[in-house]
Design a protein around this ligand. Structure first.
Ligand code: ADP
Ligand code: MG
Length: 238
């Protein structure tokens, strides 16, 4: 479970058409990266998939079911933000537990899921700290932990590493790739960083001004870019 299909999806803010009619099929379990310059509509499309932004026209399907106007909580997806969006007054434990408590999951199950996620993300020793007492990388792990415990059918990442310094970014990249292997859950990963895209993706969708120029594996895009924009963005010699 975790396929997502976009059919002729568009988004306008007033008169401004930010997403042009766009088709894309995201397979269950794949790691797809949305890459493209700032302002090309990556975050808007991700928010539309999450249900945080309404869709002007077209259709969004999750596991072959119409989800175009479904409320975010019913979509079974989990979003991880660049800004972490943690509750500063709550411990790491309670930040991770928050979505489960809201869903009225019983206390024993919550404890078990927290322990599992903490182990996976090396947070076991930090569960009683507040976000302010953590490093940037640890905070990002807490945000990922909060997504994991909900067992979403897909994870949606919006530039999750851009607040981290370069060396930490490399580590977190590997950790997220490892997590993908381990969970085998669909991941949509938005970035403007070509290196991140080329090293992490099963497939890359190259965005430009509200359209997708090309979708393919990193190798396909490198060897057979469809135009100069893709070639320039991916850094291949066309
Ligand atoms: P990206 O994530 O690729 O940098 P965004 O999806 O954030 O791009 O933005 C795409 C375009 O939509 C930009 O021109 C941005 O200014 C515009 N935009 C995004 N959100 C809004 C909004 N709530 N109201 C008006 N314009 C918006
Ligand atoms: Mg963005």
């Amino acid at each position: 479970m975790g396929s997502i299909t976009l059919k002729q999806v568009t988004k306008s803010f007033g008169d401004v058409n930010v997403i042009k009619p766009l088709d894309l099929h995201i397979r269950d379990g794949e790691f797809i990266v949305f890459v493209g310059p700032s302002g090309c509509g990556k975050s808007t499309l991700l928010r539309m998939i999450a249900g945080l932004e309404d869709t002007t026209s077209g259709r969004i399907e999750i596991d072959n079911q119409d989800a175009t106007h479904m409320p975010p909580a019913k979509r079974g997806l989990a979003m991880v933000f660049q800004s972490y969006a943690l509750y500063p007054h709550m411990s790491v434990r309670n930040n991770i537990a928050f979505p489960l408590k809201r869903a009225k999951v019983d206390a024993a199950t919550i404890e078990q899921k927290i322990a599992q996620a903490a182990k996976m993300l090396n947070l076991t020793d930090y569960l009683d700290r507040k976000p302010g007492q953590l490093s940037g990388g640890q905070r990002q792990r807490v945000a990922i932990g909060r997504a994991i415990v909900r067992q979403p059918s897909a994870f949606l990442f919006d530039e999750p590493l851009s607040n981290l310094d370069a060396s930490l970014r490399v580590n977190m990249r590997l950790e997220i790739s490892e997590l993908h292997k381990r969970l085998a859950t669909t991941m949509i990963y938005v970035t403007h960083d070509q290196v991140e895209a080329m090293t992490m993706a099963d497939r890359i969708a190259v965005f430009n001004g509200g359209i997708i120029e090309q979708v393919g594996t990193p190798l396909e895009l490198y060897q057979k870019p469809v135009n100069r924009f893709v070639a320039g963005f991916i850094g291949s010699p066309k």
